[in-house]
Design a protein around this ligand. Sequence first.
Ligand code: NDP
Length: 501
Amino acid sequence: MKKKTLTTSFGMPVADDQNTMTAGKKGPALIQDIHLIEKLAHFDRERIPERVVHAKGAGAYGYFEVTHDVTKYTRANFLSKVGKRTEVFVRFSTVGGEKGSADSERDPRGFAVKFYTEEGNYDMVGNNTPVFFIRDPLKFPDFIHTQKRHPAKNTKDANMFWDFLSLTPESIHQVTILFSDRGTPKSYRFMNGYSGHTFMWYNNKGEYFWVKIHFKTEQGSQNLTREEAVRLAGEDPDQATRDLYDSIEKGDYPAWKVYVQVMTPEQVEKYRFDSFDITKVWPHGDVPLQPFGRMVLNRNPENYFADVEQSAFSPGNFVPGIGPSPDKMLQGRLFSYHDTHRHRLGPNYHLLPVNAPKAAPEFSNQRDGFMRVDANGGGGPNYYPNSFGGPEPDPSVGQPPIDVSGMAARHSYTLSDDDFVQAGNLYRNVMSDQDRDHLIGNIVSHLRNAQKRIQLRQTALFYKADEQYGSRVAEGLKLDLKEVKRLAAMSQEDRVKATKE
Ligand code: NDP
């Protein structure tokens, strides 16, 4: 095969890629060496802003196949027929670590799926845990600051980490999952994915339902112990990234069964707690999992930067038949994801091949902007309404109206199931003896690095979830159990006062 000639970025053949052009044998270098200048200047600009969260990730292509009929719930075309396949791109990630951090760190994992449907791209931007630490987007930047680096020391800081969590009791459910061994999955193939948020599905009759989506790993839920995770962080910090790539490369394709939990608007209205509160699951006993699909990952990206680093997901990418719920965290994310990508990749990031709709045409009136790399709408009209044959909205794809009323105010969640019930159920009813032993060990080894008063405040929350849970953490930290019980009996306001600096 004829060898390709090396060129500049603009296609000019390059004669020499080893010797800089200089004045005389010893130099100095000449500014007319445009090849050198182009090479250095591009290198200087290789890095794009790192994602503030979910910076380290791995991705793969595959397909989603419908296995059960859900057309009574949703009109989404990609879910319209059993056997129908849709191409997907999936990005898994850790959350708090930087781009070079270790894959085995204790952290939730991102689980983002882009479905390239014939009605546009639908993104399910979930995590490997069904709940979240907080339920109001106003708290999100503060929360993330506490999981990242101390403003002066630039180190991870147990005081910030536990101070915020112990001042935010609704986090107790997610903290319990994070400090179980599910906080350190064996690799991306061995974890479940959850939409977390509630979403709307609506059908052709204009009826709507509230749903949560679950991806259950067919590889089995497998996790690392704390000791294994710490060892791998040193010995093989990229192990989960490598594992995903290698397993696909050798034809061992990871797969997930996909389920939906469905509630009618009437059920949600009457439910014993706020069904849109993302710190809570819908117990399977109340709302069973209904299978509807299977996802298989069978193709590695050819270039990491092009496909994985530049991939951009948004929970606001819907298709007809799927819409948002009033979940406040979701509402915040609907803004924040597109905003992040516009900052990170520019306003035309939807044109990058991994992000562009593959199975549907794009006929928007958005034009121009940095890096417009397609035909930019050509000579067609760039406004609506127009009488020059431009694209028309289709009222038939609209979401059904939902009834909303009330005072515009900063409302807090009103609860009938308190924030400790589900964390306690997980500890008592779901975990095995070994899970509980590991949970306590994982918490103690981390919380012991925080100030005593913060340890006490947080341990009181564990005690409120379950007395044995709190007592065992207290024992591990050598805390006075009487003091923990005293704090647990107080209101959160009094507990905060009693544990002031
Ligand atoms: P079920 O007994 O029906 O389900 C328990 C669920 O817990 C299963 O989905 C299981 O996942 C999952 N699980 C097992 N170990 C852990 C762990 N260490 N951390 C997190 N999840 C785990 O119970 P309910 O639906 O009544 O819920 C009871 C508790 O289970 C909840 O309070 C919640 O903490 C947890 N849970 C519930 C989920 C839900 O959507 N209802 C989803 C995930 C967790 P798997 O099937 O993969 O083994």
